[in-house]
Design a protein around this ligand. Structure first.
Ligand code: NAD
Ligand code: TYD
Length: 378
């Protein structure tokens, strides 16, 4: 079946991988990348596919309800994969209004435009899908009940490497109540509720997924992994919040994009799926891995950059542990991660080292103001 799909936030980190996968895998689809190009949106992320006949970029704000609705009518859109959002917790602590505006009002604008357009068609909801991409952070924080680590209850390709541990006995499952702590996760939680409300109230065919932390190429270097790779390369301090004991569950971004493909096509309407690879890491262990990997690839002696680690004031309301249980997605839809974490980190570090021009572009020039703002109060 042919689809006309709007992917919002397609010029960002995860969105660019989703756009690339859909454009290359489904030449018969029309893929429309709707993005406002905020500081986080970068068309250089999509250079390799920009000339493809089934791809179109439209610079637009998701809050522009009338513009979005006209685009849906003009392009006969039958699918929406909604990723556009403000995505960085530290920024949300400084500027919560922008997060409410984009993540809540922007999602509502997309939903209402889709509702009015699809309801106006003779076939109405038939063959339509509104797929909302969310985060595991809406579930709140888990405790570090086992700080030394225990054998994880499940294993996937992502977690099959050495030294793999779980740091607690509880995991995020789809039926947990929402308990967001940061303005970012509160805004994402609110948008998730609106998506479900549009299904329950109007019958819109929706699906929601909640994914763990992503890593990989094209991530804006305000997030832990690309920021630290770049700082190690340039021998700049590595600002570790608190004691570096916080735990995150990491998934290679291409595996997230593969899950989105599976769920867009085969996920059940009105369902929620958690996406993750049972791959928990303490920040400090990741940071040591990054230092070892960058130094090895640059031919520096082992341990040469350990002294870059700088413990700084903790993030306000810093969630202790995230750990996703993705059993439902694996059992019902057969998705699983394709990469071991160690392989993914090696690929990622190599990518950032090989793409210094991309990195320089986003850490200088027009981007500089955002970068400076980010560090202003540190
Ligand atoms: P990102 O910040 O890298 O990219 C966001 C994109 O959205 C950018 O291209 C930006 O220009 C665009 N955008 C922002 N505001 C917009 C607006 N008003 N109108 C149109 N476009 C706008 O984000 P990301 O890390 O790729 O995350 C994408 C989605 O996945 C988000 O919804 C995020 O909550 C979710 N998510 C992210 C992670 C992660 O680890 N990064 C994990 C789970 C879920
Ligand atoms: P981040 O990449 O911002 O993702 P999130 O907050 O959505 O999980 O941060 C990942 C972890 O790394 C988180 O526990 C905060 C920590 N961190 C630091 O210690 N120092 C930093 O400079 C950054 C950006 C993050």
């Amino acid at each position: 079946m042919k689809h006309n799909i709007i992917i919002t936030g397609g010029a960002g980190f995860i969105g660019s991988h989703v756009v690339r996968l859909f454009v290359n895998k489904y030449p018969e689809y029309n893929i429309i990348n709707l993005d406002k190009l905020t500081y986080a949106g970068n068309l250089a992320n999509l250079k390799d596919i920009e000339g493809k006949p089934n791809y179109k970029f439209v610079k637009m704000d998701i809050c522009d309800f009338e513009g979005v609705m006209k685009l849906m009518q003009d392009e006969h859109v039958d699918g929406i994969i909604h990723l556009a959002a403000e995505s960085h917790v530290d920024r949300s602590i400084k500027d919560p209004f922008t997060f409410a505006q984009t993540n809540v009002m922007g999602t509502l604008s997309m939903l209402q435009a889709a509702k009015l357009y699809w309801e106006s068609l003779p076939e109405k909801w038939e063959g339509k899908r509104f797929y909302h991409i969310s985060t595991d952070e809406v579930y709140g924080a888990l405790e570090l009940t086992h700080p030394q680590g225990i054998e994880p209850p499940f294993s996937t390709k992502a977690s099959s490497g050495k030294n793999h541990l779980a740091y607690g006995d509880k995991f995020f499952t789809e039926d947990l109540k929402y308990q967001p702590h940061s303005p970012y996760s509160a805004a994402k939680a609110s948008s998730d509720h609106f998506v479900r409300a549009f299904h329950d109230t109007y019958g819109m065919p929706t699906v929601v997924t909640n994914c763990s932390n992503n890593y990989g190429p094209y991530q804006f270097p305000e997030k832990l992994i690309p920021l630290f790779i770049n700082n190690i390369r340039h021998r700049k301090p590595l600002p570790v919040y608190g004691k570096g004991e916080n735990v995150r569950d990491w998934l290679y971004v291409v595996d997230h994009a593969r899950a989105i493909d599976t769920i867009f096509h085969n996920g059940k309407i009105a369902e929620t799926y958690n996406i993750g690879g049972f791959n928990e890491w303490k920040n400090i262990d990741i940071i040591h891995t990054l230092i070892r990997t960058v130094d090895r690839l640059l031919g520096r002696p082992e341990g040469a950059d350990d002294d870059l680690i700088t413990f700084v004031t903790d993030r306000a309301g810093h969630d202790m542990r995230y750990a996703i249980d993705s059993t439902k997605l694996q059992k019902e839809l057969g998705w699983e991660p394709s990469l071991q974490f160690e392989e993914g980190i090696e690929l990622t570090v190599k990518w950032y080292l090989d793409n210094q021009e991309w990195m320089d572009n986003v850490t200088s020039g027009g981007y500089m103001k955002y970068y400076e703002d980010m560090y202003a109060n540190r």
